[in-house]
Design a protein around this ligand. Structure first.
Ligand SMILES: Cc1cc2nc3c(=O)[nH]c(=O)nc-3n(C[C@H](O)[C@H](O)[C@H](O)COP(=O)(O)OP(=O)(O)OC[C@H]3O[C@@H](n4cnc5c(N)ncnc54)[C@H](O)[C@@H]3O)c2cc1C
Length: 350
């Protein structure tokens, strides 16, 4: 007989880790499956490599890799004393498919790193409820994406050299804007998201340039007028390459050979939700593919009813703030709701 966990949490970022600890705290037998040790999908916060995350008051300022190591150590310390007892079982596993199996869920996962692109270790786990907290991967600018660059992107899910550094491509103005107070900040992207980021930059600087890398800006006339009035330059030239030293990004060269140097760089080229394993479920999504949830944190079906026992937390939730404390808060809600749903008796029906 396969062991059936009370709660399976997919993802060990701030949302998944908090969901697991909250469900464990209520006496549950929790399984955490996290792809970080068997793939390059290590979670968004991980990529803050040389920038300390400093807006969470419960821990001292910490880089992403150190935060991940601390969380992993804490979950490992909660391992159950015996199978089925209250505890957290942490496994390195890239979840490939979640499906219903009777009253429970079956979670199929790759539990070892791929070898020559092939799955070498495949396991199936069972749980009565599931919390999905797998976040998303950030899109990257189409600069120097030759064959080697593309391989790097596939392997590390990032434009490796200039990502997550004090002076590299930032992905979140609220996270990293303070690093460039009063400095020249370059934004790369098109449409409302990139202008939203530029609006956020006014808290730190008034020297702002938006680059579209060969595309139309995709902004309404009123926004273009405001940008002009605020001295925000919008440059639509195609970018040929980066200017940088080591991991330090210093500027870009346009295809016409002109150089643009700056102090801060932020890109918003969209996102790819980590939800391929949910294809058995027809769920409501936002335009960018994030999942809509009901009041209890359960994923919503297309007809608006909740998908029983399937909870979603963190960056993956449509409309949620993409920050660590917010992710942890929704992880707590999802972990507690999953735990509550397992109680044997509830408020009596009239
Ligand atoms: C460079 C950078 C800097 C940031 N700085 C800050 C900051 O200073 N302050 C702040 O509050 N926020 C910051 N953020 C935002 C913050 O990192 C996110 O809001 C937060 O990490 C979201 O948490 P999450 O748990 O939802 O997802 P993630 O942290 O993205 O975690 C997702 C987890 O799911 C796992 N996973 C993915 N796919 C699978 C799968 N198929 N099977 C199993 N596991 C899977 C991954 O391994 C990962 O562990 C930053 C983000 C970035 C990218």
């Amino acid at each position: 007989m396969q062991h059936v966990f009370d709660v399976a949490v997919i993802g060990m970022g701030p949302a998944g880790a908090q969901a697991a600890v909250s469900a464990w705290h209520q006496g549950r037998d929790v399984l955490v499956l996290d792809a970080g040790d068997v793939s390059q999908r290590k979670g968004r916060a991980y990529w803050a490599k040389s920038v300390e995350i400093e807006d969470i008051p419960f821990v001292a300022p910490v880089t992403g890799p150190k935060l991940r190591a601390q969380v992993q150590a804490r979950l490992r310390a909660l391992a159950p004393g015996a199978p089925g007892a209250r505890g957290v079982t942490l496994r390195g596993a890239y979840v490939l498919r979640v499906a219903r199996a009777g009253d429970a869920f079956a979670l199929e996962a790759s539990t070892g790193p791929l070898r020559d692109g092939k799955i070498v270790a495949r396991e199936t786990f069972a749980a009565r409820t599931v919390v999905v907290a797998t976040g998303f991967e950030d899109g990257w600018p189409e600069i120097e994406l030759d064959a080697a660059g593309r391989r790097m992107l596939e392997r590390y899910r990032t434009v490796f050299r200039y990502a997550g550094n004090q002076s590299g491509w930032h992905l979140c103005i609220r996270c990293d804007g303070h690093l460039h107070h009063g400095q020249h900040f370059v934004f790369l992207g098109v449409g409302e998201e990139i202008y939203e980021a530029a609006l956020g930059a006014q808290d730190f600087t008034s020297s702002i340039t938006i680059l579209t890398n060969g595309r139309p800006p995709g902004l309404p006339q009123a926004v273009l007028r405001q940008a002009q009035a605020r001295d925000i330059r919008i440059d639509t030239r195609r970018i040929a390459r980066h200017i940088g030293q080591g991991t330090r990004l210093e500027g870009v060269v346009f295809e016409d050979g002109e150089e643009l140097l700056a102090d801060g760089f932020l890109t918003d080229e969209g996102l790819e939700p980590n939800t391929a394993f949910l294809e058995d479920f027809a769920l409501q999504r936002s335009a960018d593919g994030l999942l809509r949830v009901g009041e209890s944190g359960e994923a919503l079906r297309l007809d608006g009813t909740p998908e029983p026992g399937l909870y979603v937390a963190g960056d993956l939730v449509a409309g949620a703030r993409k920050l660590i404390a917010a992710a942890a808060a929704s992880g707590q809600d999802a972990g507690l709701a999953a735990s509550d749903s397992l109680r044997r008796w509830h408020w009596p029906e009239e």
